[in-house]
Design a binder for this molecule. Structure first.
Ligand code: ATP
Ligand code: MG
Length: 313
């Protein structure tokens, strides 16, 4: 980027600016007055339970769904009015795969490069670069229909990046993938961020959000109910430490009741109860829980506290 006098204003323009966004499907309110501003160059994670409105929001950013009300600016373009211009500058990895199964990897990406108007003289190089970035060069001539799940996801990402987008939307990019492939996709996303690309990704995986995202927006019932850096959200809502108590259902219920009496939040964590903000527990109470394990507070604690729901995965 140059440092011409105008660049300060350019830099100040957020990559995404959503105000009062609403979208209903019949009686069902999917997005309910959502506000979100994403500065250029960060990776923002949308964290929310099933049906919270994450995919609908992303679809409105691309012009695939039209909001009932509210305003959307994507890279300075007003959407849906200027969807085409916005779309040309962003890469989209949808939650539902939409590869052409009969085409090879190279052909799938080439079709996209053509649609996205990558100039003919640059096209071949751009396609090869995209294949390489997703480590698919040696599978370039395989049909998409014959790829493994992880390769398919990598192909989807490669395709979205072929025109060098400034903003990338990733809707649950690693769902259902094994840890190794997930790690590879994390590397890919991290590389994008280090290149200055703005990333908006939805995820159910707390670890993914904690590792990759500069900022997280917790989405519940079509609204952003909390926003901030993962560590800040944790400190703000869940404190420093949790005590994890294991035991019989009766024992867990008793711990929950005791802690509620003392004003400490708890949540079920599988076969245990986590007492949050445990750093502030009186020593006497801690001594009465000799079997408890101490662990750092995490983003999942925040999520469950704020939404009352569990994440999958
Ligand atoms: N085309 C549609 N027609 C009718 N209802 C829809 C449509 N698209 C989404 N919805 C509904 O809107 C709500 C929000 O859906 P959305 O896909 O945005 O959620 P999400 O946060 O992406 O969930 P998930 O984590 O399961 O992907 C859901 O109740 C869903 O059933
Ligand atoms: Mg979704």
């Amino acid at each position: 980027m140059t440092t011409s006098p105008g660049s300060a204003t350019l830099l100040a323009e957020p990559a995404l600016d959503l105000r009062g966004l609403r979208k209903s499907f019949g009686d069902l309110v999917a997005v309910d007055g959502l506000d979100l501003t994403v500065p250029a160059g960060i990776c923002l994670g949308l964290l929310g339970p099933n049906g919270a409105g994450k995919s609908t929001t992303m679809r409105m950013l691309t012009g695939q769904a039209i909001p009932d009300s509210g305003s959307i600016r994507v890279l300075g373009h007003e959407v849906p009015r200027e969807s085409k211009q916005a779309r040309a500058r962003m890469g989209v990895v949808p939650q539902r795969e939409n590869l052409d199964e009969e085409l090879t990897c190279r052909q799938n990406i080439t079709v996209w490069a053509t649609l996205l108007r990558v100039p003919r003289r640059d096209r071949e190089a751009a396609v090869e670069r995209a294949l390489a970035s997703a480590q698919l060069t040696d599978r370039a001539d395989s049909k998409a229909g014959t790829l493994s799940g992880g390769m398919r996801r990598r192909l989807l990402i490669a395709r979205a990046l072929v025109h060098g987008p400034e903003l990338v939307l990733l809707d649950e990019p690693t769902v259902g993938l094994d840890p190794q492939i997930r790690g590879e996709i994390w590397t890919l996303i991290d590389r994008l961020r280090s290149q200055g690309v703005t990333v908006l990704m939805s995820t159910h995986y707390i670890e993914e959000a904690e590792r990759l995202c500069d900022d997280v927006a917790v989405v519940s019932h079509g609204q952003v109910i909390a926003r901030g850096a993962p560590s800040v959200l944790v400190a703000e809502h869940a404190g420093v430490e949790a005590l994890e108590v294991y035991g019989t259902p009766d024992r867990l219920a008793a711990v929950e009741a005791d802690m509620a009496g003392l004003g400490f939040p708890t949540r079920r964590t599988g076969p245990s109860v986590s007492v949050l903000r445990a750093e502030a527990l009186p020593q006497l109470v801690v001594d009465a829980l000799p079997e408890a394990l101490r662990r750092p507070a995490n983003l999942e604690d925040v999520f469950v506290l704020l939404t009352g729901e569990k994440l999958e995965g």
